[in-house]
Design a protein. Structure first.
Length: 188
């Protein structure tokens, strides 16, 4: 089974599932954002309520407990809303007897993939394969220990890395686009 990290991972996962002729679902996760930005985070929340906090970032940005709790609650509500949007009332698939290919559009810091892997393990997944088109080398190394296999076509290094920088053409995928892509895939 292929599991997409929405929204950006959906178009990549649709192609992976189509080529491999596998079923497709989503693993909703979201970064816990720093309060002054819409991009950078200090952790992530998973679809099952799993929370991962990057203590190095908390220390570096001198984030207090009230800020951590507030931003985490905002993200938890966002994840719950998105689970309802993308999965409705569907039961979670049984992952104990089948490999899962977890797909995103890339890995920068790796917060969302870390928490996705943690949430999948919590639901009973026994074999998790991560497949991404691009990633930062350090983030891959940190994620590699928690998964059974990892495939990445374009590994980058350096102090700063943005997933968008690895693409020749980049379009943000919003929730409605991702829902349409998933619905279209299910109808095939």
């Amino acid at each position: 089974m292929v599991l997409a990290v929405p929204s950006g991972g959906v178009p990549v996962a649709v192609e992976v599932a189509r080529i491999l002729d596998l079923s497709l679902d989503v693993a909703v996760v979201s970064k816990i954002l720093l309060p002054w930005t819409t991009e950078a985070g200090f952790g992530a929340v998973g679809f099952d309520g799993s929370i991962w906090i990057n203590q190095d970032y908390v220390d570096y940005y001198k984030l207090g407990q009230p800020t951590i709790e507030q931003q985490t609650q905002v993200t938890l509500k966002k994840v719950q809303r998105r689970v309802k949007l993308f999965r409705g009332d569907q039961l979670w698939p049984d992952l104990q007897n089948r490999p899962v290919i977890l797909v995103d559009d890339g890995i920068a810091a790796g917060s969302t993939l870390r928490v996705a892997v943690q949430a999948l393990r919590n639901t009973g997944a026994v074999e998790i394969i991560v497949a991404v088109p691009t990633a930062h080398e350090e983030s891959l190394i940190r994620i590699l220990n928690g998964v059974d296999a990892l495939y990445c076509a374009n590994i980058r290094s350096g102090q700063q890395f943005a997933v968008t920088a690895a693409y020749r053409q980049w379009d943000d995928v919003d929730e409605s686009d991702a829902c349409r892509m998933l619905a279209s895939f299910q109808k095939r």
